[in-house]
Design a protein around this ligand. Structure first.
Ligand SMILES: [Cu+2]
Length: 472
């Protein structure tokens, strides 16, 4: 019964769409899948020589991600995506069992040129069927990847082929259109960049081009696998399946024109805010925005299922915060059902409570800032909560937070973290009475802008005493 159903499905697909026919013809020459599990940011990937539709381009840098190499086959750019279970480190001390592509969640970024003919082999190594939808692309209807509508779903164990021309330059995404709530809650998604074929009046040349996806998970503290039936109450707010302090900084040389492409595959909107500069929205998944239709912003709201492409000149040196402005999205897993204790007086209660609950701690009487500094017992494998240590102490941020680091002396094309910014004398907030300020963070603090760059402090992922990530 199971078997008959299975064959009926496959034949229907082949007859209706020709997708399986392409697959059969190409199976012998399937490109080796390229896999990467390292959650660090891979450098830009430049294909060798002029390929496909031609034109050298400034490659994107996928934040805590990578670009999938292709091979040329008779003028066609061939990619091989493998949908499979992966283990993703969200931040030091916190990893989860996700589904991804080619070893990572999100999957690798696909980067091509307008006019390229692209063939994508998709192998399903998941325990259930899947498809891939190429969000935002112009393509033949049978290649759009909506399971049941445009094609039968791809059963486990099979390889199917998508093929179309990248007709429109821009920023796109890919994700399953099969058991979508589960498969996206497990991390199946990726980015697609199509560079313009020639000089485009509405697409600027940039020195740095970053891309990342907003994604969210519901992972019970201490657990490793997302709850896939969660509809709204997610607790891990991530960029490319990473949370601060696990998200790499965006780097720019002073004066660089910088593009950032942000896609949202969570179930809520995210106002992404950058300090220190103003930007314009220069494109969406619908295409580039005409220059006369742009307006300046410092926060761009990225709604569910949208891509926003922003650009700015990095003309102000420093370490600038860049984060989702929903303040609970820059937090770890706490915040659910914790009562407000501001103004409450715990005196006399703590000792009695600790007789019943030995780990009981006072927190929140003065606000929650103490959380950033306290050594608080957390279950093993829990996201950092309000942590990440800067040159002046705890940054008190988690989740959807990172920094934009602008430096005069950053070499062109370098993506090496330059460490913390050293503020020139007289340009930093100061206490009214010298000596009243807490001591700066050890030897990492430097005055003046000309000394050696301070070393980046190791980020603290605080764990219980005796735990395997205890730093103290
Ligand atoms: Cu947000």
């Amino acid at each position: 019964m199971q078997r008959r159903h299975f064959f009926a499905h496959t034949l229907a697909g082949a007859a209706a769409l020709g997708v399986a026919t392409v697959a059969r013809a190409s199976l012998l020459t399937l490109p080796e899948p390229v896999t990467r599990t390292d959650p660090g940011t891979a450098g830009p990937w430049t294909p060798p020589g002029v390929t496909g539709a031609g034109r050298p381009y400034q490659p994107v840098v996928t934040l805590n991600g990578w670009t999938l190499p292709f091979r040329m086959n008779d003028g066609v750019k061939e990619f091989h995506l493998v949908a499979e279970p992966v283990v993703r480190e969200f931040a030091p001390g916190f990893s989860a069992n996700l589904w991804g592509y080619n070893g990572s969640s999100p999957g690798p970024t696909i980067e091509v040129v307008e006019g390229d003919r692209v063939r994508i082999y998709v192998t399903n190594r998941l325990p259930e069927h899947t498809t891939i939808h190429w969000h935002g692309q112009r393509l033949p209807n049978g290649m759009d990847g909506v399971g049941g509508l445009n094609q039968p779903q791809i059963p486990p164990g099979q390889t199917w082929v998508y093929e179309f021309v990248a007709r429109r330059p821009g920023t796109f995404m890919y994700h399953p259109h099969a058991d979508e709530m589960t498969q996206m809650a497990m991390g199946l998604m990726g980015l697609w960049i199509t560079h313009p074929k020639g000089r485009h009046p509405w697409i600027a040349d940039v020195q740095r081009d970053y891309a990342f996806l907003l994604n969210a998970f519901d992972i019970t503290p201490g657990a490793r696998t997302p709850n896939v039936n969660t509809m709204l109450d997610f607790n891990v707010w991530a960029w490319n399946s990473r949370v601060f302090p696990g998200i790499d900084p965006l780097l720019a040389r002073l004066g660089d024109r910088v593009r950032v492409r942000i896609g949202n595959l969570t179930m809520t909107n995210h106002p992404i805010h950058i300090h220190g500069i103003e930007f314009e929205v220069t494109g969406t998944d619908g295409g580039p925005v005409r220059p006369e239709a742009r307006w300046p912003e410092v926060t761009v709201d990225v709604a569910v299922g949208q891509m926003r492409q922003i650009e700015f000149i990095a003309d102000e040196e420093g370490d600038w915060a860049m984060h989702c402005h929903k303040s609970h999205h820059t937090m770890g897993p706490m915040g659910h059902g914790v009562p407000t204790l501001i103004g409450a007086d715990h005196r006399g209660l703590v000792h009695r409570l600790q007789r019943l609950v030995p780990d009981y701690m006072v927190m929140g009487e003065r606000g929650m800032a103490d959380m950033g500094a306290m050594e608080m017992p957390l279950p093993d494998n829990t996201p950092p909560m309000m942590t990440g240590t800067g040159p002046y102490g705890p940054i008190e941020m988690g989740g959807m937070f990172t920094t934009l680091k602008v430096r005069r002396d950053l070499p062109a094309g370098s993506y090496r973290d330059p460490g913390w910014y050293a503020q020139p004398p007289g340009t930093q907030a100061r206490p009214l009475h010298p000596g009243a300020a807490p001591a700066p963070h050890g030897a990492r603090h430097h005055h003046g802008g000309h000394g050696p760059a301070p070393q980046p402090a190791p980020f603290d992922a605080r764990k219980p005493h005796g735990g395997h990530h205890d730093h103290h």
